[in-house]
Design a protein around this ligand. Structure first.
Ligand SMILES: [Zn+2]
Length: 230
């Protein structure tokens, strides 16, 4: 009966692929099979020595850095991330997080991860959007990797939109101020995996990591859904 109602419902409100917008078949979830098979995956997590390994070199100590997909303008990945951030499609974050988490679990370098920390949004921004996309990615990674995620350790402090009014010199300092760590005992001597949607220059990530490594014995790895670095 439920299936019958689902079928009737989907005749009027078909579930759509977040990648291409075509109607999903019954067994498909979030992405159609075509989009799923054509994701521009980096496979960076399979190798220690790859372009992303050097993104934080000379800035902050990081164990492993990996991204699921390449980010290109006009690509399906750009569309997926846009839907995730601005169109309320938070489930795609969880879906791809879980998809990537299962792959990461096969690599010993990522299997040692103890917990996952999403990059927090400022509360004001989160209230406006209704959710933090990084947290949904963390939920999926947590399922795929089989380790918990925590939202009460890495937190935001100041709002960043004052940045535009500041000079270029001051801007970095301002980014640094936006994060803080609370409940440090939860990550002491742990391998933490910080996650976000996109990795570009790594400045936001770096600012967060600066705070995390103040905690005794912490080591940090980074994972994002997409990267602009090739
Ligand atoms: Zn599709």
């Amino acid at each position: 009966m439920k299936r019958f109602i689902d079928n009737i419902f989907s005749m009027f409100y078909p579930r759509l692929c977040v990648g291409c917008g075509n109607a999903l078949r019954q067994h498909e979830e979030q992405l159609c099979l075509h989009c799923l098979l054509h994701l521009p995956e980096t496979h960076y997590h399979q190798e220690h020595d790859q372009p992303l390994s050097y993104i934080f070199a000379g800035r902050v100590p990081v164990r492993e850095v990996a991204s699921l997909m390449f980010y290109n303008k006009g690509s399906i990945v750009q569309n997926i991330l846009h839907q995730l951030k601005y169109k309320g499609k938070k489930e795609i974050g969880k879906f791809l997080g879980r998809y990537y988490g299962r792959q990461l679990r096969k690599e010993p370098r990522f299997r040692s991860v103890d917990c996952i920390l999403p990059i927090p949004l400022h509360p004001k921004k989160q209230r406006k959007r209704g959710y933090n996309q990084s947290e949904w990615i963390a939920m999926g990674l947590s399922e795929g990797l089989g380790v918990p995620y925590m939202t009460d350790v890495l937190i935001r402090t100041h709002f960043t939109d004052t940045q535009t009014k500041k000079s270029r010199f001051n801007r970095w300092e301002n980014v640094k101020e936006v994060f803080d760590v609370q409940n440090p005992e939860k990550i002491r001597y742990k391998h933490v995996l910080v996650c976000d949607d996109v990795l570009t220059t790594g400045a936001t990530m770096e600012a967060a990591i600066q705070h995390l490594i103040q905690v005794e014995g912490v080591t940090v790895s980074v994972v994002t859904l997409a990267t602009a670095s090739h």
